[in-house]
Design a protein around this ligand. Sequence first.
Ligand code: B1M
Length: 560
Amino acid sequence: MKAEREAELAALPLLERLKQRIIDGNAKGLIEDLDEALEQKPALDIVNEDLLAGMQVVGDLFGSGRMQLPFVLQSAEVMKAAVAHLEPHMEKTDAGGKGTLVLATVKGDVHDIGKNLVDIIVSNNGYSVVNLGIKQPVQAIIRAAEENNADAIGMSGLLVKSTMVMRDNLLELNHEGLARKYPVMLGGAALTRSYVEHDLNDLFEGEVRYAKDAFEGLRLMDSVMAVKRGVPGASLPQIRARRVPAKPASAAQANTVAAQAGGPQAGAATTTIEPPPDVRADLARPTPAGGVDVPAPPFWGSRVTKGIALADITEWLDERATFMGRWGLKGSRSDGSYDRMVREVGRPRLRMLLDKIRAENLAQFGVVHGYWPVLAEGRQLVVLDPDDTSRELTRFEFPRQQGGRRLCLADFFRDAEEAAELGPDVIAFQLVTMGQAISEATQELFEANAYREYLELHGLSVQLAEALAEMWHHRVRSELGIAEEHEDISAAIDHQTYRGCRYSFGYAACPNLEDRAKVAGLLDPSRIGVVLSEEYQLHPEQSTDAFVVHHPEASYFNAK
Ligand code: B1M
């Protein structure tokens, strides 16, 4: 089959063959073909007429669901190699001919891979991309845009807080009189199209658009340049109709409306609105912790575990999240295409990458976990010193749901009265990491333009961190004696029907990322090589923390 495809390729006329090489992501014989093509036409024409035509087909195939993301990246790798080979044959002025995008992850946000995918797709479609990296203050973005004579600015960010930073950045562009000079595109998980294209666009004096993925970023860049070049009929994509009719009068209102309109997600712009004092009395603890046996932990305080075997962790790997979520593979269960994709692409690549992790010693798994006595005071959870339970170590404050059962995580713990009678309650904290080596290995792949493997290894590594968190969660529940003896692992992952839910700060029931500092204070993760940054993110990035609530009624809920 492979030989057949090679023969078909060889039979194509030279320039057709070059285009097909891009589509197939096939670099074997690429350099020879390029050298031959250089005898027929200038390097820049080969790029613009033949190679970019291949990338165009790749984009169309991806858009229509007929090409999977890893193969798109493989095509981009071949494009990159081809352009690198042709560059010495091009005039200096040819570079960046299609337009320039300045791209950055905004201040306070460390997420890299989404922005890098945008870089890969946009730059390998002929644009010049100035990728500033993560945690970029607006002044650095503006300076780069000015210095590089940018045609547009792209900002990325996954944190809820980043949606506010992006808003402030747009206001700064207004303030500096640069809004009309630079169209802006925004992307990342906590944004929604409506928030960007209505709320933010209303306050921005220029044009701002939302890009759901790298290809939408590319299409936006195409329209920005078409408008700039005065192509007849060219315009930026129309903004979809607003879902919330009234324009809010103040910034504070704007935030609330944006959130209500499905705006920045996970309560991005909302603050928890406390009920007035007279209503508060009615919001009695919905699920009194009293009457529930408090499990006895095997030890108090924290313990470090290192040297956990990769094979033990892979048992807990969520394959579907890895293949579909992280690698962007698509398929449906009903027509068998998901199973085929898993068989033909997912599992073989997974095996290859796990072998690489083993061979190159890239897994340095480490865990700190432990148990502390606690008691609830209203919405607060007080963590006590195991050696002297009259001493408070720290306290967390959880938001209460405004509707529904009006739940608050503190409700699932004994209060002071119950604690005085029966003894304090218990909470478990855990923090896991895959270590520094994998972070460096993924970064090296990006720098080496090994795009496909970069996406796949990064995606696998973060899912392995998540798998270790899942595995340790199970261990905590076993140590507390609340795990069932023969638990079905995949059911445990899929349905989370077990007793003892795991909560991570930054998610819906406990959205406050700053609380991670208190967790780090209790666990001291430096012992496993992990530090918490000023942005309340753990480094290395393949790390995650959580606490486990043993109460049988504790479940996941959104405290909005
Ligand atoms: Co977590 N995480 N995570 N996480 N994680 C998020 C970011 C979160 C939004 C999930 C949620 O709430 N639903 C949430 C943050 C919310 C908040 O701010 N409060 C969150 C949280 C809370 C956390 C922790 C804090 C939890 C904890 O441990 N307490 C923790 C932090 C990690 C740390 O401290 N080191 C954590 C941990 C983890 C894992 C390690 C398990 C793992 C990896 C994290 C990582 O990537 N470093 C993980 C994952 C996988 C996610 C989600 C599910 C996926 C992120 C990802 O890899 N996306 C994420 C939720 C989500 O995104 N749905 C989430 C793939 C990436 C290619 O996509 O970056 O979105 P993305 O880029 C896309 C588009 O958005 C677009 O194009 C890209 C490519 O197509 N795009 C642009 C992006 N930028 C653009 C710019 C443009 C155009 C398009 O301009 C030109």
